[in-house]
Design a protein. Structure first.
Length: 732
């Protein structure tokens, strides 16, 4: 029997319940992963359910790996672990077994985002279309929308009618689909769409998978879209158990298809359904949690629940209001520096913002204070140029598809230009072969270019033979081809130290795969990494992490700063224009942001005129919705409101033109807003730690306007900021 003594009553109920249909409403920080993993272990260890009959679907590789590791620790070493994977990995498995019934080979290629763009670049060239006229992202969206709506190419042309722009998009759609067929390639959207289509078309295939998984679990159920839901309902059928875990209050991905109505209506679709609410939060302090609760309760379309916690603290949420974004950034940076000097590690602090563009001023503030930071969710490991290049060399050994060929034939440079590639591509279309098959079987060129092609073919064929023999470990083969191809030499010659380190890291990944799955093949490794779009990287160094609120979903930090909480920014302008529905989604996003914090939450906003909003910024309505018992307000406050924000009117029409600085709140405010407000005079020379020497143009209300040499120009800086000194003082 698994040990449930450490669980609260609702968690125990969620683990041990034997209802066929269960909906677990899991509030932020309520231990849902623990409950889900113990539920799976309970079925195997206590109920005697064979592990092979249990399926758990997650939405990131990180979550899947974490669940696998936790379940392994609960089970005997000899007990097999149930199938736990992302929904895309599950579809790959299903299609590898049964896609032949649809006339496709089992070794189809899984296209990632870069592969999709490579196909579209071909189309841009063939159709002579300017990428600035019709962007690649708009075409990718067009293709994805057509596929999800089951709109064929023929129907797309009909819908386009006489509209030239839509007709061009339809041509791109046709080219893309035809290239997919020629390459036997499926993109991420196809993996689910084709699986659903196969299940609907071939009843015997659906029956096979209905009979394989009798206990189905779905994590992050609030984030699934209609197509994913259809797949899940088909797998569940009429006999299987379906256990879903999610939180309607954390539905923040409607922009990519998530539908909050799916989890809200689950009990109507699957009857009889039992709902269990996990409402004890183990992450945040009571002030943070109560503040978040007071905001989210303003949403009407939700399952009622009030999270509670036993973690009591006198630390309220701190709201800092500044005169402008530069001062907001400076305050955040100075506060982080102060916390760090008092023993707080940088990696325990995060700055969240609504949109990526908002990081600009924050980064400048951190640079001024020399605070190390990292942009979380930048270019992921498996999306980096050198990593994709290296993997394409392995794809050449495995299947030698056109996308891989086009990527590596001139990396390192082999003198292969556009004209040469066009010749190969045209011949491939004429003969119905892949581009690699063409250069392997035909002599299209003469002299040095033909020698180049022959050498490349010889390299690939040699490693194809080595792979087929199966006597060489994959990572060893990878190391050799990086050397012999000249790719590693190219990086070394160009002193690309970071890229070289990434190739080393990839080698380690391949080696780890080989050690964990000694019977696996190169094909299986490539299939695995094609699904690594959300692979997480370990950050061992001490950095402040910057990220959007969307990227922060599922993460937690000791101390969190949420910047730019202004109406039109958070909630954003588009959501406000969308009315009640849009505001509710933004409020859910704010709720997610607040509940990332464990011990301290700072909320900041900036006044002044916004060129993006084309108006004066006003404090976000979400700040005003926080119960005044759980929040303190410092910085620039309205004269009429002073510190009583509970009664202050922060409507969209309020003005900041009549603000004052409350300098007695925190030492940090004194530092930034100027105990030395009038210390600079016009024409005085100053030195800034980043911008260098400058001349004061004016100094009013604690704000110095200073002219710095190119490329910085005129800057407005708080007169009391520690980065700014009189030149005369520096001499002394």
């Amino acid at each position: 029997m698994i040990d449930v003594t450490g669980l609260n009553n609702n968690q125990k109920d969620a683990v041990l319940a034997d209802d066929r249909y269960l909906r677990i409403i899991a509030g932020a920080g309520s231990g849902k992963t623990r409950v889900l993993t113990m539920r799976v272990a309970h079925l195997v260890l206590d109920e005697g359910i064979p592990a092979r009959q249990i399926l758990a679907i997650t939405f990131t590789n990180k979550a899947a790996n974490e669940m696998k590791e936790r379940i392994r620790k609960m089970m005997d070493s000899e007990t097999s672990v149930p199938w736990i994977s992302t929904i895309h990995s599950l579809c790959v498995r299903i299609l590898r077994e049964d896609i032949q019934c649809m006339g496709w080979p089992r070794n189809f290629t899984v296209m990632d985002a870069e592969d999709q763009k490579t196909v579209l670049r071909e189309a841009y060239k063939i159709f002579n279309v300017d990428g600035n006229t019709i962007t690649m992202n708009s075409i990718l969206d067009y293709i994805a929308n057509n596929k999800s709506a089951d709109i064929t190419v023929e129907r797309a042309y009909e819908i386009a009618g006489t509209f030239s722009g839509e007709k061009i998009k339809a041509k791109f759609y046709e080219y893309y689909v035809n290239r997919q067929k020629a390459l036997y390639a499926l993109d991420f959207d196809d993996l689910i769409l084709v699986t659903v289509k196969m299940f609907k078309t071939y009843r015997e295939v659906l029956n096979k998978w209905n009979g394989r998984f009798h206990y189905i679990h779905v994590d992050e159920f609030q984030d699934i879209d209609k197509v994913q839901y259809k797949l899940i309902t088909l797998l569940a059928g009429n006999e299987n158990s379906l256990y879903v875990v999610g939180d309607p209050d954390q539905t923040i991905y409607t922009w990519r298809g998530a539908d909050v109505n799916i989890i809200m209506n689950y009990e109507k679709d699957f009857k009889p359904c039992r709902t269990i609410v996990l409402n004890e939060n183990y992450r945040s302090t009571d002030c943070i949690l109560n503040g978040a609760n007071s905001v989210i309760k303003n949403n009407q379309h939700r399952v009622e629940k009030d999270l509670f916690t036993s973690r009591q603290s006198k630390e309220k949420i701190t709201h800092y209001s500044s005169a402008g974004d530069e001062y907001e950034a400076a305050w955040i940076a100075a506060k982080i520096k102060e916390l760090h000097q008092n023993g707080k590690a940088y990696k325990d602090m995060a700055i969240l913002y609504r949109s990526n563009y908002l990081s600009r001023s924050i980064e400048k503030g951190l640079l001024d204070e020399r605070i190390p930071y990292v942009i979380y969710g930048g270019v992921r490991f498996f999306e980096r140029q050198e990593v994709k290049d290296a993997l394409c060399y392995l794809r050449m050994i495995s299947i030698a598809d056109d996308l891989a060929f086009q990527r590596v034939i001139n990396r390192p440079k082999r003198g292969v230009g556009n004209k040469t590639m066009d010749t190969i591509s045209a011949r491939a279309r004429e003969t119905g072969q892949s581009m690699y098959e063409v250069i392997r079987s035909e002599k299209l060129f003469s002299g040095r270019m033909q020698q180049t092609m022959d050498s490349f073919v010889a390299l690939i064929e040699r490693y194809k033979k080595i792979a087929a023999e199966g006597n060489t470990e994959i990572y060893r083969m990878f190391e050799h081809i990086m050397e012999e191809s000249g790719y590693k030499g190219m990086l070394t010659e160009n002193k690309e130290l970071e890229r070289i380190e990434n190739i080393k890291e990839l080698t380690d990944d391949i080696k780890e795969f080989s050690e964990n799955y000694p019977e696996s093949t190169l094909d299986e490794y490539l299939q695995l990494v094609s699904l690594y779009g959300d692979r997480d990287e370990t950050m061992n160094s001490d950095y402040v992490q910057l990220m959007t609120v969307h990227a922060a979903k599922g993460l937690e930090f000791d101390t969190v700063f949420i910047s730019d909480m202004s109406d039109g920014i958070f909630p954003n302008e588009r959501a406000m224009a969308d009315g009640h529905k849009g505001i509710e989604e933004e409020r859910r996003l704010a709720y997610v942001a607040f509940t990332r914090a464990k011990n301290k939450l700072f909320i900041t906003d900036a006044g002044g005129f916004s060129y993006i909003l084309q108006r004066v910024r006003t404090v976000s309505r979400f700040v005003n919705e926080i119960d005044p018992d759980f929040i303190e307000h410092i910085g620039a406050v309205e004269r009429t409101a002073k510190r009583d924000f509970g009664s202050a009117s922060f409507s969209a029409g309020s003005s900041r033109s009549n603000i004052q600085f409350d300098l007695n709140e925190k030492p940090i405010s004194d530092q930034l807003m100027g105990t030395a407000a009038q210390r600079f005079t016009k024409g005085e020379q100053v030195i800034h730690s980043k911008f260098g020497e400058g001349i004061v143009l004016s100094c009013k209300a604690g704000i110095a306007e200073i002219a710095f040499p190119y490329p910085y120009g005129v800057k407005k800086i708080a007169a009391g900021h520690p980065t700014l000194k009189k030149k005369s003082e520096m001499k002394n």
